[in-house]
Design a protein around this ligand. Structure first.
Ligand code: ZN
Length: 272
C-alpha cells in the first residue's frame, strides 16, 4: 500500500513538475523530425523541400548550428546567395569551430568570383579541419587561378562574363560572347529554360589552362561552375569553336536545371 501511494505521489509530482520538460521534449522531437526530413530531402537533391523542412525546424529551435547550416546549404543549392550567406554566417557565428559553414561560405564567394574572400573562408575551414584535403586542393587551385587572372580583361554581354588576358584577345572575347549568346537563345528556346545568373567564361593560353585546371592537354574546354577554354589566337569564328562553346554552355544549363545530374549524363546531354 505504501508503495502504491509512493508511486502515485511520484507520478503526481512528475505530472506537475515535469510538464514544462515534457513540452520541451515534444518541441525537440518535432525539431529533430524536421531536421531528419530536411537532411533526407537534401540527399535526394530536393532543395526546395529541404528548405521548407529546415524553415519548419527553425520555428522550434533557432539557436542550433545544424538548422542554420542546413538552411544555408539548401539556399546555396537553390542559388539564393543572399539568404545562403545569412544562414551560413549565422551557423558560423553559433559554432565558429566547425569547418562546414566556412566551406560553403567559400563556395558562395567562389561562385560570385570573389576569389579573395573565398580563399579567406577556405583557409579557416582548412585550419579547423586539416584533414580536408579536398578544400586544401581547391584553395591551392584558387591561388593559381587568382594569380593567373589578376590582370585579365572582362567583356560583359547580357548573360556572360568573359575574362581574358591582353588587349589582343579583345576580339576573341567578343567572338566568344556572341557565340554564347546564340547558344543562350537557341538552347533557351529548345528547353524553355534561360539561366538567370550570369555565367563566367575564362579564356586561357594553353599553358595557363593546364596550370589552372589540371585538365589533360587535349581537353578542348571544361565546365566546373565556370566555362574554361584554352584559346590560341582566335581570330574568327570556326565550326569547331561554335561546337565547343555550345557543348560547354550545355553543361552550364544542365547544372543549373539539375544541380545533382551525374557527370556521365551531363556529358551525354552536352554531346547531343
Ligand atoms: Zn563536356
Amino acid at each position: 500500500m505504501k508503495n502504491i501511494l509512493f508511486a502515485f505521489t511520484l507520478h503526481a509530482a512528475l505530472m506537475t513538475c515535469l510538464c514544462p520538460v515534457f513540452a520541451q521534449t515534444a518541441e525537440q522531437n518535432t525539431y529533430a523530425r524536421y531536421m531528419k526530413t530536411g537532411s533526407e530531402q537534401m540527399k535526394t537533391g530536393d532543395y526546395q523541400a529541404a528548405r521548407a523542412s529546415f524553415e519548419q525546424a527553425l520555428r522550434y529551435n533557432d539557436s542550433a548550428f545544424d538548422v542554420h547550416l542546413g538552411l544555408g546549404v539548401a539556399y546555396f543549392n537553390l542559388q539564393d546567395d543572399k539568404y545562403a550567406e545569412r544562414e551560413l554566417s549565422k551557423a558560423a557565428e553559433i559554432n565558429p569551430k566547425t569547418a562546414a559553414a566556412y566551406q560553403y561560405l567559400g563556395e558562395l564567394y567562389y561562385r560570385k568570383d570573389d576569389l579573395e574572400t573565398a580563399a579567406m573562408y577556405w583557409e579557416k575551414a582548412v585550419a579547423l579541419n586539416p584533414s580536408a584535403t579536398d578544400i586544401r586542393a581547391r584553395l591551392d587551385r584558387i591561388r593559381r587561378e587568382h594569380k593567373t587572372e589578376m590582370n585579365f580583361n572582362r567583356d560583359v554581354s547580357s548573360h556572360f562574363l568573359v575574362k581574358f588576358e591582353g588587349r589582343e584577345q579583345i576580339e576573341a572575347g567578343r567572338i566568344i560572347s556572341r557565340i554564347l549568346e546564340d547558344a543562350y537563345g537557341e538552347l533557351g528556346r529548345a528547353l524553355s529554360y534561360y539561366p538567370d545568373k550570369e555565367i563566367q567564361v575564362i579564356l586561357y593560353s594553353g599553358q595557363q589552362f593546364q596550370e589552372v585546371t589540371d585538365a589533360p592537354g587535349w581537353s578542348g574546354g571544361i565546365y566546373d561552375g565556370k566555362i574554361r577554354i584554352p584559346i590560341g589566337g582566335i581570330e574568327q569564328e570556326t565550326p569547331g569553336l561554335r561546337k565547343l562553346l555550345y557543348h560547354e554552355y550545355t553543361h552550364a544549363v544542365v547544372r543549373a536545371i539539375a544541380p545533382r545530374c551525374p557527370t556521365w549524363l551531363n556529358e551525354g546531354l552536352a554531346s547531343t
